[in-house]
Design a protein. Structure first.
Length: 138
């Protein structure tokens, strides 16, 4: 979103037509990987950090090789506690100060009172949002 500092905003539908891209950050999962590869510049990278729509992907290895591309993935969940602690310390040093200075913010898509948790969940699952769904205690 431009309001969050983006130079250009592209609708996820048909995003590959706007490429080629140096890096595709995959947040949804397996079903997107073929289009991600199509959208990638030669020598580019696909980095998977979310698999909410599925962990299985069909990858055309010939296309991956032809683009000399890299497919990487990462998650914090299975890492040892020591690595998680190091990551938390790095966030404290490098990222939290950006929030303090106002250089970063967390967008909020919608706010609901706690007794409207059902509505909040419906909004969460509906998709098409940018930002967090927040439940308030008052």
């Amino acid at each position: 979103m431009r309001g969050l500092g983006a130079d250009e905003v592209i609708d996820p539908e048909g995003f590959a037509d706007h490429g080629p891209f140096d890096v595709v950050l995959e947040l949804v999962g397996g079903p997107n990987v073929p289009e991600n590869l199509r959208a990638l510049r030669t020598g580019g990278r696909i980095v998977v950090i979310g698999i909410g729509a599925g962990a299985q992907a069909e990858v055309n290895l010939g296309a991956l090789m032809g683009k000399r591309a890299t497919l990487r993935a990462s998650t914090l969940r299975p890492r040892p506690l020591e690595e998680k602690a190091l990551t938390a310390r790095a966030m404290e040093r490098h990222v939290l100060p950006l929030f303090d200075r106002g250089a970063l913010c967390v967008p909020v898509a919608a706010t609901f009172p706690l007794d409207a948790v059902g509505e909040a969940y419906e909004r969460f699952t509906a998709g098409g949002k940018v930002g967090k769904i927040v439940l308030t205690l008052r």
